[in-house]
Design a protein around this ligand. Structure first.
Ligand code: SAH
Ligand code: SF4
Length: 412
């Protein structure tokens, strides 16, 4: 794989330094950024606003696009486009582009809700957290994405939108991987997304989702960013969350909610809590009451998402009536809540699913073993017993690294 730096992910000032070393005037930096971000260049040849000699030197010094190939699948009658991206070393990551048409009309004919185009991007290839209902979790950890690999997913979506005369309005870090376990790169990507000379989307149009990496949430709180933090909760009781989000064995639910509460207080921004609804597992009245008690009085909003049946789990999505009863119980408990539809199920649009399909079906005994383990763990959890299983070595190392100040060596 080419180890040249990805052009879209260069840190602030790096392009200027390169131009200077090349004996080029400083204004070329802006021309290059225009080519990368306004024209979504896929190669040095696409940078047509630059002289041929500089194009050639750029091509020798950088990867103008870190993504080698895309495979696009369309679902929801064209409202959801899921892309499997092939990276230079053969890793596969996914992004999903979702279109939301304008809704409602004011008397003057203008829409109440403007048209939106949201891209959901990956921050890692695979994921070490291993939530049992998640296709990415089943794949396991591949590697951290580089900043440019994160940003090039967005540029590919923007390029497809530009063909239809449309523009990206929102970016969510809810694809493959745990963003707060690759936080330095994710923050560099966020800076590029909100920089007016690059993508230029306001921070309020960005969501970063985490499964509960407490040191990462604390680090974000100190920076007080303006993007929305989403926390994947899925259970408010520790024994159950130990199973549904294994990172809970390291940072239990009260610590996660405590860190998120501080984040909301410091930034004044409401935290979103994601809650995947799994029939008979985390959707009981007891769970709703535990969730309401955990979040009561917080600047918080809960999104209930019926589970997409993937990742060889023995589980099903909660039936719609159960989801509404659960939502109503939360509302009565004083919690603000929305029931979400799961986009793109017919195209395997729960993130990680396309990459999992590509990896091939695991052997039948492995699937049977996985189902058995999940059932054993969840049955013990439903009886209120906390897991005594340790985190895997990879995840433990990543968790330790997340607790260190940035810049210190990571154990990978
Ligand atoms: N790792 C981060 C961000 C990526 S996952 C996190 O977990 O927050 C983005 C969201 O998709 C999470 O809330 C996750 O729980 C949810 N998700 C994963 N698998 C799902 C499934 N099978 N059905 C519905 N939602 C799922
Ligand atoms: Fe990782 Fe998020 Fe999937 Fe859990 S839900 S395995 S944290 S990507």
């Amino acid at each position: 794989m080419s180890r040249l730096p990805g052009l879209s992910g260069l840190p602030e000032g790096a392009l200027e330094a390169w131009l200077q070393a090349e004996g080029q005037p400083g204004y070329r930096a802006r021309q290059i950024r225009d080519g990368v971000w306004r024209r979504n260049a896929g190669s040095a040849e696409d940078l047509r606003n630059l002289p041929a000699t500089i194009r050639a030197r750029l091509g020798e010094s950088f990867r103008v696009d870190t993504i080698e190939a895309d495979e696009v699948t369309v679902a929801d009658k064209g409202l959801t486009e899921k892309t499997l991206h092939l990276l230079g070393d053969g890793q596969l990551v996914e992004s999903v582009l979702m279109h939301y048409p304008a809704r409602g009309r004011h008397p003057d004919g203008s829409p109440v809700h403007r048209e939106r185009h949201t891209v959901c991007i990956s921050s890692q290839a695979g994921c070490a957290v291993g939530c049992p209902f998640c296709a990415t979790g089943e794949l396991g950890f591949g590697r951290d994405l580089e900043t440019a690999e994160i940003l090039d997913q967005i540029r590919h979506a923007a390029r497809r939108l530009a063909e239809k005369d449309a523009h990206l309005t929102n970016v969510v870090f809810m694809g493959m991987g745990e963003p707060l376990l690759n936080l330095d790169r994710v923050l560099e990507a966020v800076a590029a997304i909100s920089d007016s000379e690059r993508l230029g989307l306001g921070a309020r149009h960005i969501v970063v989702s985490t499964s509960g990496v407490v040191p990462g949430i604390r680090r974000l709180t100190e920076m007080a960013p303006q993007f929305t933090l989403a926390v994947s909760l899925h259970a408010a009781r520790d024994p159950l969350r130990d199973v549904l989000v294994p990172l809970n064995r390291r940072w239990p639910v009260a610590e996660v909610a405590g860190a998120a509460r501080d984040y909301a207080r410091t930034t004044g921004r409401r935290v979103s809590y994601e809650y995947v609804m799994i029939s008979g597992v985390n959707d009981t009245d007891l769970d709703a009451d535990a969730l309401a008690a955990l979040l009561r009085g917080d600047l918080a909003h809960v999104n209930l998402i019926p589970m997409n049946a993937v990742a060889h789990t023995p589980w099903q999505a909660s039936p719609p009536e159960r989801v509404s009863t659960f939502a109503e119980r939360l509302r009565r408990g004083g919690i603000s809540v929305t029931v979400r539809a799961n986009r793109g199920q017919d195209a395997g649009a729960a993130c990680g699913q396309l990459a999992a399909d590509h990896a091939g079906e695991p052997a039948a005994p492995a699937v049977a073993h996985r189902r058995e383990t999940i059932l054993r763990q969840s049955e013990a959890a439903l009886r209120g017993r906390r897991s005594d299983e340790k985190l895997g070595r990879g995840l433990e190392a990543a968790a330790v690294a997340a607790g260190r100040p940035s810049g210190e060596g990571t154990v990978r």
